[in-house]
Design a protein around this ligand. Structure first.
Ligand code: FAD
Ligand code: SF4
Ligand code: SF4
Length: 486
């Protein structure tokens, strides 16, 4: 852990708490449901400055402590409040190589921790990040430290792999990123265009141009060659960020009928420009963010169709982002809570989904109330399409053996050792449940890989260098005490 700097100077704006957020304008519902235009409009300069001035610039930056990559959001907000958008963009990008993506899709752990939330609506930290990048100069290129003459292989170009390439690239290592798909970005490539544009990943990736990073696509490690062969090929360490590229199945009768579509497959294919056919009466099964993206994508593809979400627990238990739930509901999605799918029925194609009512029992170890079936409560929901969004799983083909990987409860493979080290020296594995969380795990693993490689050189690893080539290495913002884990 890097020491924090001295406490901040006097705030540039008076610390008077205003609980009311400058509204984030949404596209009109009746227009946006017919296409994939971005739903949220960006702040204007004036709106961004007004919103930034609501920040009371806490001496202890709770927002930064809650961010898995310790993005110095307090500082970019200060720069926006001063009207200096170029400085705000630079501060943002300095520690956040996927900022163009995150300013649209981050789950905003920072806003949950913002003190203003205690009295009203937290500062729009994510939306201000977008203002910094869109209103300031974000066409910057990262600068590597002196070359280390050691090369690392990264397997998987999702957020964790991209973060690792940046962490090692700015430290002066050579990195080769192997991706099995044709496009980089991992699961971010399944996020619909009304939330994040396809070009956003490429926009972020362009800032890597000064680093010694080679990007290889269509290469599935474990199939094209065993992972250990990378070490034999001269890579001095390997980082596995395999993510969860496979969909989970429901496991009910009728799942093989034409008209049943795995959510991940639909979102990926449509985003890549492929054709997806849905009917007019669509049921989506699930309660997470993938289910939210599925109902809203299905609505846009079927317009003027009817889309129903079926979830086996209640609204309070839904793991999806509350903003996504609100946006889906306001677009006209019907929510059916406490219904579990029993079977999909139809003669040669989907004609209905049979569900059973659920009561919520006692909370489980994680505090979530377990659904319990109500006998004799079966009903059939007529539909022509069923989209299954009940989770993803990892594909470990070719990674079995002595790596000794742990698969987390949400399906991500990771190393069990310090800094996510696996059972094989020099091979590390991490990633995780949100874009910024996955990046945070990669940062931790990068420190461990840096130590591992420095030891091989007979040196001691130093702090992360400034990513734009400045003399000051990375340090935690003033007043930072402990990370807030969410
Ligand atoms: C529809 C959807 C919407 C989401 N919305 C949000 C959101 O709004 N905000 C948010 O923060 N998170 C969201 N998430 C979650 C987020 O995308 C993931 O948590 C994040 O992408 C995980 O990053 P990762 O790098 O660990 O894994 P992944 O993103 O899964 O990346 C892993 C990469 O490794 C590649 N790979 C796997 N095996 C191999 C191999 N053998 N050889 C080569 N390459 C391989 C895969 O093709 C993939 O590109 C969403 C996820 C989905 C599916
Ligand atoms: S990356 Fe996400 S959690 Fe971190 S400051 Fe930005 S919006 Fe907040
Ligand atoms: S916690 Fe909220 S009010 Fe405090 S510095 Fe961060 S954004 Fe500003």
């Amino acid at each position: 852990m890097v020491a924090a700097a001295a406490p901040p100077a006097k705030p540039v704006t008076p610390p008077r708490l205003n609980p009311v957020r400058v509204p984030i304008v949404e596209e009109p519902i009746e227009e946006r449901v017919h296409d994939f235009r971005p739903v949220l409009r960006a702040y204007s300069k004036e709106e961004a400055v007004l919103e930034a001035k609501r920040c009371i610039q806490c001496r202890r930056p709770w927002c930064v402590e809650a961010c898995p990559i310790t993005q110095d959001c307090r500082e970019y907000i200060i720069q926006i409040a001063k009207g200096d958008f170029d400085a705000a963009a630079r501060v943002t990008l300095q520690d956040n190589p996927l900022a163009t993506c995150l300013c649209k899709v981050c789950y905003r752990y920072c806003e949950d921790a913002c003190v203003v939330k205690k009295k009203g609506v937290p500062i729009a930290i994510r939306h201000l990040k977008r203002a910094a990048l869109e209103l300031g100069n974000d066409d910057l290129a990262y600068v590597p430290s002196a070359p280390k003459h050691q090369r690392v292989a990264v397997v998987g170009a999702g957020p964790a792999g991209m973060m690792m390439a940046w962490e090692l690239g700015i430290r002066g290592y050579g990195v080769t990123v192997f991706e099995q798909e044709e496009r980089f970005g991992g699961l971010m490539q399944t996020i619909p265009a009304y939330r994040m544009a396809d070009a956003d990943v490429e926009h972020d990736r362009a800032r890597y141009r000064g680093l010694d990073v080679t990007w290889v696509k269509d290469d599935k490690i474990g199939v094209t060659r065993p992972v250990r062969a990378l070490l034999d090929d001269g890579y001095q360490a390997v980082f596995l960020s395999l993510g969860t590229s496979e969909h989970r199945v429901l496991g009910v009768p009728g799942e093989g009928l034409p008209g049943v579509i795995p959510a991940l497959q639909m979102l990926k294919r449509f985003n890549a420009g492929g054709s997806v056919t849905v009917g007019r009466r669509i049921v989506v099964i699930g309660g997470g963010d993938v289910a939210m993206d599925s109902v809203r994508t299905a609505l846009r593809l079927s317009a003027p169709g009817a889309v129903t979400l079926v979830y086996r627990r209640g609204r309070a238990e839904m793991p999806a982002d509350p903003d996504e739930i609100h946006e889906a509901e306001s677009e006209g999605i019907r929510f059916l809570f406490q219904k579990a799918p029993l079977r999909i029925v139809g003669a040669g194609k989907v004609e209905g989904l049979v569900v059973q009512a659920m009561e919520l029992g006692a909370p489980d170890a994680a505090g979530r109330r377990a659904p319990v079936a109500v006998p004799g409560s079966e009903e059939t929901i007529p539909c022509d399409t069923v989209i299954v969004a009940v989770g993803q799983r990892t594909d470990l083909t070719g990674f079995e053996g002595d790596l000794d990987l742990k698969v987390t409860s949400q399906g991500w493979p990771e190393g069990k050792g310090e800094g996510f080290a696996t059972g094989v020296p020099g091979i590390f594995a991490a990633g995780g449940r949100s874009v910024v969380y996955a990046m945070g795990t990669a940062s931790q693993a990068a420190e461990a890989i840096d130590r591992f490689l420095a030891e091989k050189r007979g040196e001691t690893a130093g702090p992360r260098p400034d990513s734009f080539g400045g003399a000051e290495p990375f340090h935690l913002p003033a007043g930072y005490t402990t990370p807030i884990r969410s």
